[in-house]
Each structure stands twice: as structure tokens, then as C-alpha cells.
Design a protein around this ligand. Sequence first.
Ligand SMILES: [Zn+2]
Length: 113
Amino acid sequence: MHELSIAQSIVELAEQQALDHHSSYIEEVELEIGRLAGVELQTLEFAIESAVKGTLLEKAVIVYRYIDGEGRCAECEALFPMEVLFSPCPVCGSYFVKIEKGKELRIKSIVIK
Ligand SMILES: [Zn+2]
């Protein structure tokens, strides 16, 4: 499962940060997840919940920041909200759309004690 390996790498990255700072306790991890990043959000949350068990993140608060998709039309330059990938421009109908936002998938911040 795709989401499970993402969850595991998030846990590994956060643990590595804690170890680099000689800490054994992570208080909070803030994640940024774009709605167009190609992950099933509920599945990812569930995968993270199970991936943190027995790690330094077990008691950490995981904050999920979801980023709505936004596209810019390459033809008429309209900027519009994108709910799914490959949506056409609502102004001119073009499929030449550049995704401006919504493909993020990263750790935004980690609070270590
Ligand atoms: Zn357009």
C-alpha cells in the first residue's frame, strides 16, 4: 500500500530529526498534504496512526494541513480551484493546466522536546 510506505517514511524522517537533536520525544509533527498529491487522505491518517506505534512519535500530536488544489490555465492564465487532477480550465475549457498548489506532501515542522 502506497500510503503505508509514505507513513513509514514520515515516521523515519521525524525520528531522524529527533535523534539528530539528541531527543527521545517528539511533541508534534505538522504535515502538509495536497489534495492532488495522489494519496487517500483517510488511509494515510490511518497508516500514520499505526506507523507511530512503538516509535518516538507514539505520543506526538500529528497535525494535518490539507492544501486545496489550484490550477493555472496555460492558455488564458485563469487561476481556479482544482478538485481533481486533469480538470479543464473553467474559463476556456483548455486542458493545458499547470498545477500551482495541491501536490505537496511533506513534513512542515517538527516540535522536539
Ligand atoms: Zn483557460
